[in-house]
Design a protein around this ligand. Structure first.
Ligand SMILES: Cc1cc2nc3c(=O)[nH]c(=O)nc-3n(C[C@H](O)[C@H](O)[C@H](O)COP(=O)(O)OP(=O)(O)OC[C@H]3O[C@@H](n4cnc5c(N)ncnc54)[C@H](O)[C@@H]3O)c2cc1C
Length: 461
């Protein structure tokens, strides 16, 4: 398989991004810049974007091991959502009630900011702000839906942010099996993530930002990035390597790479969409513990994913982990159960990738002024919009601008390291297994399972 074909087959998104994905030039040798960034996923690209916007004279170099959008940013479910991996209650414990609410409001604004930039810069990422429908398909799931709405209300979020739908109201929006109700939030857009990532990288190059591809960073240190092609010296160095971070020296326990896998169907005929619904392209999932997520793509496919692949010993990240026939088959079964109208529809694509999970499930962004080292990540499965907030935040920190977003509670937060192996492997996989058992138990009994609480200790924050 040629290199380009290999990149195109990483996800349906990368294969349909409308580009040949030929790698651009690597770093030509030692370089001196103002800001050096490791990783050209959304975090690295948004950071470079806002820095270049604020000061077009800044010298910025992004070093990417493969190609822009190679990681989770080119492979995800395309939910550009206001979801943040730490709950309001947890943020309140960390930083107080006002800070928790400010974080969630900032996430809501961020969804619109992504849409605004894409439109302003002419990046056609198939943006459709149709919100999210989270279905409740058992009494236990309905209880969680109600609890979520009650928690939102307790923090001052009204029906315009999240509301409960009856089974009949849900059926007006989507025809799925076993639905007892749902929640609806307007704060989410369905996007084609690879078109956004590739569009941003192309835009940056036009603005004079150096985006070097096939340039692995072997070490990140104060004021420098080392690569086999040379060293980049910079006043500020930003780590934007998410699920791949544990491979870097000294960062082995910073984040655990957990795999999420996806499938995409062939385009469905209009009659099938008439039956299923999802007009306006709301993203959808349900209240099971082991997350599932889906979107109706702009060209009429169902792109559908979920967790469930195991965590790999030693935080290993390898191409073969992107694919698991057993998980793909389980996703196809789940999709068929959700939408019986699908019948024998063909799954044309299947892929996956690592996301970055911090030990306390709280994403963070920050900059240590003494060393010039900055970072953002630990988004778990909620990075599509959060990376934009990270990029704006890092740009403000680098430019020493005291702004509302630099005062948000995730800024400067340090997650504790993961346990050493084999504890990490045992705990993470026991947690994943417990979630899966809890879902099966709830599907059988309808009642909330206590196994989920056990899972939460290790994999639920
Ligand atoms: C299957 C899947 C579905 C998901 N669905 C959603 C969703 O629907 N909504 C949502 O909000 N989030 C979702 N996520 C999470 C989201 O995609 C990520 O949080 C987000 O893309 C992270 O962006 P990033 O730039 O930080 O990391 P990445 O996109 O992973 O980028 C990191 C980049 O750094 C490069 N890199 C790593 N190490 C080095 C090195 N040493 N030297 C140079 N380059 C390096 C990698 O090649 C990669 O390109 C999903 C993730 C996956 C895997």
């Amino acid at each position: 398989m040629s290199q380009i074909t290999a990149y195109r087959s990483l996800s349906w998104w990368l294969g349909s991004a409308g580009e040949d994905l030929a790698p651009r030039s690597p770093l030509p040798g030692d370089a001196d810049v103002d800001v050096a960034i490791a990783g050209a996923g959304f975090t690295g690209l948004w950071t470079a974007y806002y820095l270049a916007q604020a000061d077009p004279g800044l010298r910025i170099a992004v070093c990417e091991r493969e190609i822009a959008g190679f990681g989770a940013s080119g492979r995800n479910g395309g939910w550009c959502s206001a979801l943040f991996p730490a709950s309001l209650a947890k943020l309140e414990r960390m930083a107080g009630r006002r800070a928790a609410v400010a974080m969630y409001r900032a996430m809501q604004d961020t969804v619109d900011e992504v849409g605004r930039v894409a439109a302003a810069e002419g990046i056609d990422c198939h943006w459709a702000k149709g919100g999210t429908l989270q279905l409740a398909r058992s009494p236990a799931q309905l209880e969680r839906a109600r609890d979520e709405v009650a928690a939102a209300r307790a923090y001052g979020f009204g029906p315009g942010d999240l509301r409960l739908l009856s089974a009949a109201q849900t059926a007006e929006r989507v025809q799925a099996s076993g639905v007892l109700g749902a929640t609806y939030t307007p704060h989410c857009a369905a996007i084609h993530p690879a078109r956004l990532a590739r569009g941003l990288a192309a835009l940056l190059r036009r603005r004079g930002v150096a985006v070097y591809e096939r340039t692995p960073v072997t070490e990140i240190g104060p004021r420098r990035l080392r690569t086999p092609h040379g060293t980049v010296r910079a006043q500020y160095v930003i780590r934007a390597t998410e699920g791949y971070t544990p491979r870097l020296p000294g960062l082995h326990r910073a984040l655990a790479p957990v795999y999420s896998l996806m499938i995409a169907t062939e385009p469905l005929p209009p009659a099938a969409w008439d039956e299923i619904g999802l007009a306006g392209r709301p993203t959808f999932g349900d209240y099971r513990h082991l997350i599932i997520y889906g979107q109706r793509t702009a060209d009429g496919r169902l792109a559908f994913g979920g967790r469930g692949a195991p965590y790999h010993f030693g935080s290993a990240v390898r191409p073969e982990f992107d694919r698991s026939p057993a998980v793909f088959a389980a996703l196809r079964r789940s999709l068929g159960e959700l939408f019986p109208a699908l019948g024998e529809v063909t799954v044309t694509h299947a892929w996956g990738g690592p996301l970055g999970v911090p030990r306390d499930w709280c994403a963070s962004a920050g900059l240590d002024r003494a060393t010039g080292l900055g970072w953002a990540g630990g988004y778990v499965g909620d990075g599509v919009a959060t990376t934009n907030l990270a990029g704006r935040t890092l740009a403000d920190l680098v430019l020493e601008r005291d702004s509302e977003i630099t005062r948000l509670p995730w800024v400067g937060h340090r997650s504790p390291p993961w346990e050493a192996e084999p504890l990490r492997w045992l705990g993470a996989n026991a947690g994943l297994q417990a979630m899966s058992w809890a879902d099966r138990q709830e599907a059988r009994t309808g009642h909330p399972s206590r196994l989920a609480q056990f899972a939460g200790r290790f994999l639920g924050g």
